[in-house]
Design a binder for this molecule. Sequence first.
Ligand code: GDP
Length: 443
Amino acid sequence: MAFEGLAERLQGTLTKIRGKGKVSETDVKEMMREVRLALLEADVNFKVVKQFIASVKEKALGQEVMKSLTPGQQVIKVVNEELTALMGGEQSKIAVAPKSPTVVMMVGLQGAGKTTTTAKLANHLRKKHNRQPMLVAADIYRPAAIKQLETLGKQLNMPVFSLGDQVSPVEIAKQAIEKAKEDHHDYVLIDTAGRLHIDETLMDELKQVKEIAKPDEILLVVDAMTGQDAVNVAESFNEQLDVTGVVLTKLDGDTRGGAAISVKAVTNTPIKFAGMGEKIDQLEPFHPDRMASRILGMGDVLSLIEKAQTNVDEEKARELEKKMRTMDFTFDDFLEQLDQVRNMGPLDELLNMMPGMNKKGMKDLKVDDKQIGKVEAIVRSMTKKEKQDPSIMNASRRRRIAKGSGTTIQDVNRLLKQFEDMKKMMKQMTGMTSGKGKKRGKG
Ligand code: GDP
């Protein structure tokens, strides 16, 4: 998972300050030194790091005091807010043309994931926005790109416009848009040609396609694994084409996260989507605030809820979120959540979104299905009272539960410990996310 290294380092740094009742200027400076190193190590652009640190320092030292937060938490809150701002602040949505069809031009270097993302985006638009997209195969240079898009189109049961690889991309785009109008498609996604490197021919051709297609959106697909290179690529494309948005692919991979954090600041182009895997449904709208929370180990409860929406009603999910925030979270809720989580996708991915779950030492809970079964068996062997209040769990109760669930006392102990840790972490975060607006004047 992306950001793991950065997340760990930042969390380590922040933990030191978290509970502090008093934070001195030296504390803040010391901490900023570590944050700075962590960001540089994550391959964040050095100019961006410099600005970021300066801005956090200024705000952390001159901020207003909030009733519900300790000074340590306030510093973390500032880091969180600045990180969010750095990645674009508000979520940036895909364009909708006033008159159909909305034309989206997909651009990027070969191998970045452009063709895959084109299909993923079409799937997203249909599934989440009820749209009827048409795909256009205009990548006539990469061998098999057309075939690949056609295969993906078939898989999605979605039309793919193609004229083979002997017709110019400009002509393909022109005819495709005509066809989309005829067939009443509301989105046209053009998979343009990539190259291995940026060169003039490529840019010229893309400019011509832009001229003809008059796209409402030019989405640049970049590979997050390439770090600063991705940022440089984005800069070049942006200079030539005025890109309107970036899709960062392979954020599921072992990336350091630098690209995600720098792209917006360097190019002033928002990240609109993130690719989280090779599968067709592994494209997520990019939410800077949620991403920041994930990096800082504050969890991403909202994304979790969104994933859950197909299986859970919203009311219930919100209630759950509230419980998590207010410490009322019990083993009963845990079980309920487990059931829902099972239907939602790869467990690792989901657990990563939960507060505290991607912290070191919590990795035992990042488990395979078999182990989840074990956890579930333990919880199901608890009495109602035990589930509501694990603090009553004495040795004989633990023994009984282990026996009842076919596990060992160590297993039971471990789970209880993890559950308590998780709750503690949630408690610490409560102030940070719900403290907004409770100002007490200048401090
Ligand atoms: P293109 O040359 O830019 O059109 O690249 P492709 O769409 O063919 O993608 C190149 C490779 O990256 C393929 O193997 C894709 O499955 C893979 N890929 C694309 N997006 C993602 C992603 O978000 N995560 C992962 N892990 N792989 C991806």
